[in-house]
Design a protein around this ligand. Structure first.
Ligand code: FEO
Length: 405
């Protein structure tokens, strides 16, 4: 391993010793066009602590960065905030090399590590709120269950007012820069929102409670396990999480569709025109051009989900079924919607789309609109009318939300 791989100093006591994965394009189904990083940190009191590790193929990169700060065998403890494999894949090997005094995880984390790797030496569960001295510095641990796994916890370094937040407040973004203040703000905000939508949205209901629990701590720096360290304005990402977790309806209507011979595409465009005529903001997303993760990102701050599919072999077009399966798992809230699509002779897709939307608790504004083969003038008027109905419903909800503020 090259000796040019060095740690990056975060504070007087903390170093980033993670790995950058610029080639990553898919993270368990989430498209990652900008790659990612797996962040690990060294806390350098008199007894060094390694906070989290990296995905298995990147272990040598992490070890080289650690060695630029201290001999790895001097690490006294390892903290495992979260047991998903992008942060623990190399943990057994690291333990074998470093032989730390103990490995600390939440109670559920200890069980998850055992389920993944079998018995590991000297793994100990920390209690929620437990505080320990690590060679003159103070670490405390706070469970954040289901954000986003049952084992998840965060670690706080009191002397530096620094929160090691594991996946929370992270993003998939590979870069040579390690801090938010060195990166393009628009990219940061987009990727942070995309991460929330694709990883944390299912747990939006419990995020305010977690934020309230952490609000007793004073942060200057938030160091997540992916993407940059927040040091310029950590308040921004905390406030964004509070806002995103509400999923308040906006004027945006996301129209997700695919098409066989352009008929469903023509319907989608006409519905979009109707939505705009109704005063709302259509966002057309053809699935041959957009990934499921991009659709989820658009839905994070939207008021409507409108879905179109042709009928193919008595069912929904595969790309549309794919994205609906994915979105259903993410449990977006506070949406109105409708289904539409063209068909040849059977036309089951629209009712099947309705079933998906009902299962997602999307409030349907129509029974759905289906058109045989190619839409004629009357069909297009019906599409425009449906768009106006959606637009009016979206506006009403967005205004009601605004009045409630
Ligand atoms: Fe970055 Fe849930 O692992």
């Amino acid at each position: 391993m090259s000796t040019t791989l060095s740690a990056v100093r975060v504070t007087d006591h903390v170093y980033w010793v993670g790995a950058v994965d610029g080639q990553l394009r898919d993270f368990h189904g989430y498209s990652t066009e900008r790659g990612s990083s797996y962040n690990a940190f060294l806390v350098m009191g008199d007894a060094p602590v390694l906070i989290d590790t990296v995905k298995a193929p990147f272990m040598d990169e992490m070890m080289a960065r650690i060695a630029s700060v201290c001999p790895p065998e001097t690490i006294d403890r390892i903290v495992s905030n979260h047991s998903e494999m992008d942060h623990t894949g190399c943990l057994p090997e690291v333990i074998a090399r470093v032989r730390p005094r103990e490995v600390l995880a939440s109670k559920n984390g200890v069980a998850a590590l055992s389920a993944h790797f079998g018995a590991l030496d000297d793994v100990r569960a920390v209690a929620d709120g437990e505080r320990i001295d690590v060679g003159g510095l103070t670490l405390s641990f706070y469970e954040t269950r289901m954000l986003h796994w049952p084992d998840s916890m965060v670690t706080y370094l009191a002397e530096d007012k620094l929160l090691f937040s594991q996946d929370a407040f992270g993003m998939h973004l590979a870069s040579t820069e390690r801090f938010d203040d060195a990166l393009d703000r628009a990219v940061l905000e987009f990727e942070a929102g995309k991460y929330f939508a694709n990883i944390l949205m299912p747990y939006a209901g419990i995020i305010p409670r977690a934020l309230a629990k952490l609000s007793a701590l004073e942060f200057s720096i938030i160091a997540p396990d992916h993407g940059p360290v927040w040091r310029r304005d950590p308040r921004w990402i905390l406030d964004a999480y509070a806002r995103w977790s509400e999923q308040a309806p906006t004027r945006k209507a996301v129209i997700v569709y695919d098409t066989m011979w352009e008929s469903t595409a023509v319907m989608a465009q006409t519905i979009a025109d109707g939505i705009e005529a109704g005063g709302a903001e259509p966002k057309l997303m053809r699935l041959s051009e957009h990934t499921r993760a991009e659709v989820a990102t658009e839905l994070l701050e939207a008021g409507s989900l409108v879905v179109g599919s042709p009928t193919l072999n008595n069912g929904v077009f595969p790309t549309v079924a794919d994205v609906l399966t994915y979105l259903k798992g993410l449990r977006p809230k506070n949406l109105v919607g409708a289904a539409f699509g063209s068909y040849g002779w059977s036309g089951e897709a629209v009712e099947q789309l309705n079933e998906y939307l009902r299962a997602m608790k999307v409030a349907l504004v129509s029974d759905g609109l289906k058109v045989a083969y190619v839409p004629g003038d009357e069909d297009l008027e019906a599409c425009h009318r449906l768009g106006r109905t959606i637009g009016a419903a979206v506006l009403e909800r967005a205004h009601a939300e605004h009045r409630a503020l």
